[in-house]
Design a protein around this ligand. Structure first.
Ligand code: ADP
Ligand code: ADP
Ligand code: MG
Length: 455
């Protein structure tokens, strides 16, 4: 059944993105807004908005009952969860279905299976998808010590329920084990209400490469190629690009096959992303996790494939089979995304909430800005500080890079600090241009940048 009115259970740039996708499909929208978001762009763009509670996310965007009753009360037949918040909560997806609302995303079972990293590792391993050496759930420092002596250092503690880089701790030598176990357990409990940890061998010279999949739940599972998201700070992505440069063709094909196999093995439906670590020195790859939602960085894939991933999610949710075949998907040129956050990079990336006095974004060939910000908008301290994403397409990587640098230089934001000065530094860096990067490179650059600013 095609959807006729979709409830947007999210905020910020992704809420705007969902409203736009619905509009192109001729579907009405109702935007959920918290008190802090009453004047939001998504609220204004949607056909209607409903206030679902106070500013704190726990009192609004994270309240399943409030969202579902608002969606039903406004006559919606579908609900799009966006990313973050309740998007990967299988009970919420189930509650939507029970209430007669179509959840624009995978089945509750898909979400449940991939939401637990230990379960996901088990399924990946059963399907021949390579994994980094790791452990089952680790219950004590004693047990961790024994695992560490067989897996070897360095290694990571990871939260089984993890996401957004939380609950991850690196351990380089035995005397760091106990403290890392304690802090990862506490962080996992606080962030996910689930303290379960496991251990995984840490790959020092690694790239984060992920594969976008699209599946209709009716037998068609496609991949839309890969993205490189190695530029991270605190395990969070900051710059992403598609395709991943310099991968041997066999490795690239191996990633595609693994992603499609995994999605197929759980009868996956909707858009999803299978994340991998590529071991640069050994030219091998390992499964990390599957994100069962639209991702922040989905636009770089849209830029090189011409496929509207959010619209595809909505059509699939409405029961439409994918009309595409794998051979129809073509990759054209190169795209780079920069996340523009309200943070002060020169002051250690401190949050910088407040009123945006001026917001002027670049335009030009191949340039796309996904944002909910405009002059006068007040950046609230309650939520993730993402102001927008600058996405630039070029005929090849060098061209995309040059255009991104130019576009960043044209971005002008007054009133709040943004990550743009640091992004300009990164995009002008010789190591980035020549591809001499790994998942630790940006963090080190960030430290140097902060230190230089403090001089
Ligand atoms: P993605 O995998 O889509 O690129 P990330 O890995 O950056 O997104 O983040 C994972 C999830 O955590 C996303 O759904 C995002 O909304 C959320 N998130 C990202 N950054 C933060 C943050 N600083 N605080 C809270 N949640 C965040
Ligand atoms: P999350 O659910 O928080 O996104 P992931 O398992 O996707 O957690 O890992 C987040 C990031 O941590 C990765 O993108 C990568 O940079 C780093 N990482 C995770 N596992 C490993 C590993 N085994 N070796 C090296 N880096 C890793
Ligand atoms: Mg991840």
């Amino acid at each position: 059944m095609a959807l006729s009115r979709v409830f947007v259970a999210n905020r910020g740039e992704i809420a705007v993105r969902i409203v736009r996708a619905c509009r192109t499909l001729g579907i009405e929208t109702v935007a959920a807004v918290s008190e802090a978001d009453r004047d939001s762009m998504a609220g204004r763009m949607a056909d209607r908005m409903v206030c679902i509670g106070p500013s704190r996310a726990a009192d609004s965007y994270l309240r399943p009952e409030a969202l579902i009753s608002a969606a039903l009360g406004t006559g919606c037949d579908g609900l799009h969860p966006g990313y973050g918040f309740l998007s990967e909560n299988d009970r919420f997806a189930k509650s939507c279905a029970d209430a007669g609302l179509i959840f624009v995303g995978p089945s509750p079972e898909n979400i449940r299976l991939m939401g637990n990293k230990l379960e996901a590792r088990r399924i990946a391993s059963e399907n021949g998808v390579p994994l980094a050496e790791g452990s089952p759930r680790v219950l004590s420092v004693q047990a961790a010590t024994e695992i560490a002596s067989s897996v070897g250092y360095p290694l990571l503690f990871k939260a089984a329920a993890g996401g957004g880089g939380r609950g991850i701790r690196i351990v380089r030598k035995p005397d760091e084990l106990a403290a890392a176990f304690g802090s990862a357990t506490a962080e996992a409990q606080a962030a996910f209400g689930d303290s379960a940890l496991f251990m995984e061998r840490y790959i020092e010279n690694a790239r984060h490469v992920e594969v976008q999949v699209l599946a209709d739940g009716q037998g068609t599972v496609l991949h839309l190629g890969e993205r490189d998201c190695s530029l991270q700070r605190r395990y969070q992505k900051m710059v992403e690009e598609a395709p991943a440069f310099g991968l041997p063709q066999a490795l690239r094909q191996g990633l595609y096959d693994a992603a499609v196999t995994l999605a197929r093995s759980i009868d996956y439906r909707s858009a999803g992303t299978v994340e991998f670590i590529v071991d640069v020195d050994r030219e091998s790859f390992f499964f990390l996790e599957m994100n069962t939602r639209v991702q922040v960085e989905h636009p770089v894939t849209e830029m090189i494939t011409g496929i509207d991933i959010v619209a595809a999610q909505i059509r699939i949710a409405g029961g439409e089979p994918l009309a595409l075949r794998q051979e129809d998907i073509r990759f054209d040129g190169h795209a780079i995304e920069c996340r523009i956050n309200a943070e002060a990079p020169k002051r250690g990336f401190q949050p910088s909430p407040g009123k945006v006095l001026e917001w002027s974004v670049p335009v030009g060939p191949g340039i796309r800005v996904d944002t909910h910000v405009e002059a006068g908008w007040v950046v609230s301290p309650y939520y993730d500080s993402l102001l927008g994403k600058l996405i630039v397409h070029g005929r090849d990587r060098a061209d995309a890079l040059a255009r991104t640098r130019q576009a960043l230089a044209e971005l002008s934001v007054v009133g709040v600090d943004t990550t743009a000065p640091f992004l300009e530094h990164i995009l002008s860096h010789e190591d980035f241009a020549s591809g001499k990067i790994n998942t630790r490179w940006l963090e080190a650059e960030a430290e140097r940048f902060v230190a230089a600013a403090a001089q």
